[in-house]
Write a protein that binds this ligand. Structure first.
Ligand code: ADP
Ligand code: MG
Length: 259
């Protein structure tokens, strides 16, 4: 995470596969009586597609924000790529976010007075031989929305806006893609398209941590489901095979239709 004396070898060259480690993390917001997170420990491997599920107010967004370096825990440690985020100052945290984290929000958060492509390029770093513009267009093409590049957000569907937001999150090749209810504001069809897209990114090697309410989408696409309740992890299931996840989906469907 830049500029550490003597640290020529990057962490990912050391054969390390753990990407995120939370150790006994507690978060109590100012004025909060109980903790939003209460002693959470969690390890996420590089390349995993993890879904975080739980009722409203259970601490899911808090968990994501701490991993993104957007907020700091009250106690406990958060490390990403072997770097202890607690050891970074504000500028260091900002650099960490820029270089390593892509964040996707429920309500897209696109700037209305910029085109889709200009939105994608907001965080773009100048690096490599290819211009940011060319990288942005290529990314929009990869996400299946090349044709919207020069349109303004108001002229895009919700699903298209979210794909633009995903492109913006990916423009700097983040180590970690975090998504907080990315399908929460979309109709079923667009939500499925966005989830299919995340699954494709995961197959291409992207590490993804996704918060969702939708058990069906989570179990169909993610390789791991972490359940949170009252600021604690109450279940952590790796969906080892496609068969397992299919049976989960069927079970969920059955529950939904039976009464
Ligand atoms: P979730 O994303 O699962 O709905 P959150 O992480 O947003 O849950 O919130 C967990 C708990 O922390 C809730 O009780 C919520 O009211 C509280 N909380 C979240 N953000 C803040 C904040 N900025 N200030 C005070 N309390 C907060
Ligand atoms: Mg939330």
């Amino acid at each position: 995470m830049g500029g550490r004396a003597g640290g020529r070898r990057a962490w990912w060259e050391n054969g390390m596969t753990e990407l995120v480690r939370l150790t006994d993390v507690t978060k109590v917001y100012q004025g909060g009586i109980t903790g939003a997170l209460n002693g959470v420990s969690l390890s996420i491997e590089q390349g995993e597609f993890t879904a975080v599920m739980g009722p409203s107010g259970s601490g899911k967004s808090t968990l994501l924000n701490l991993i993104a370096g957007l907020d700091r825990p009250t106690s406990g440690d958060v490390a990403v790529g072997g770097t202890d985020l607690g050891a970074l100052g504000e500028a260091g945290l900002a650099r960490f976010r820029r270089d390593h984290v892509g964040f996707v929000f429920q309500f897209f958060h696109l700037l209305p007075n910029l085109t889709a492509l200009e939105n994608v390029l907001i965080p773009a770093q100048l690096k490599g031989r290819e211009s940011a513009d060319a990288r942005g267009r290529k990314l929009l093409e990869r996400l299946g929305i090349a044709e919207v590049a020069d349109r303004y957000p108001a002229r895009l569907s919700g699903g298209q806006q979210q794909r633009v937001a995903i492109a913006r999150a990916l423009i700097n090749n983040p180590t970690l893609l975090l998504a907080d209810e990315p399908t929460g504001a979309l109709d079923t069809h667009s939500g499925e398209q966005v989830m299919d897209l995340l699954a494709q990114l995961h197959r291409d090697g992207q590490t993804i941590l996704l918060v969702t309410h939708d058990a069906k989408l989570a179990t169909r696409q993610a390789s791991r489901v972490v359940s949170v309740m009252d600021g604690k992890i109450v279940d952590d299931a790796r969906l080892e095979t496609k068969e397992r996840s299919t049976s989960e989906v069927v079970r969920v469907r059955g529950e939904e239709t039976s009464r």
